[in-house]
Design a protein around this ligand. Structure first.
Ligand code: FES
Length: 161
């Protein structure tokens, strides 16, 4: 699940997963942006609709004349993911508000804490573990992450700040 600038790292991830797609029962991509003009790699990512190894849906908060897809929050198109959530793995990268409410929704759906991977690239400054701006509890996102499982950081109150 992703949104906004999160499409950049997710695009690379998806190509790696496509190379391994025979190893997954099902592969889903759910992405959203504020409006169609904000989609990074829009044509390329829309071409994934043609893939037989991917169940794909995109959405925007506000459509325009070029947009024929869903309108609404990305959280709303998570409901169309039909898998055994207990054995599913979710990877989330996007704006903080999407990360926060997306994670809550995934937990409600039944994804285990340890199977939700969050890209916590926020407040990065020095990038070498000196300034403390990227601190998440006892971790530094720049040194220890930036990708953490929700189970690893869920008890730190400031993870969504
Ligand atoms: S960015 Fe400075 S400690 Fe992580």
């Amino acid at each position: 699940m992703g949104g906004g600038c999160g499409f950049a790292p997710l695009r690379s991830l998806m190509y790696s997963l496509f190379d391994l797609s025979g190893q997954f029962k099902q592969l889903y991509f759910r992405g959203g942006c504020k409006n169609p003009a904000e989609f990074l790699y829009r044509r390329e990512i829309e071409s994934w609709y043609d893939r037989r190894d991917l169940n794909m849906q995109l959405t925007v908060d506000r459509g325009d004349d070029t947009w024929k897809g869903n309108v609404g929050l990305v959280l709303n198109i998570l409901d169309t993911v039909q898998i055994d959530y207990k054995s599913g793995v979710a990877i989330v990268c996007g704006p903080p508000v999407m990360m926060k409410f997306g994670t809550k929704k995934l937990l409600e759906m039944g994804f285990p804490d340890e199977n939700i991977y969050l890209s916590m690239e926020k407040n990065m400054s020095c990038g070498i573990g000196k300034c403390g701006h990227c601190r998440i509890g006892t971790y530094y996102a720049c040194k220890d992450g930036p990708v953490f499982t929700y189970s690893k950081i869920k008890n730190f109150p400031e993870i969504w700040d």
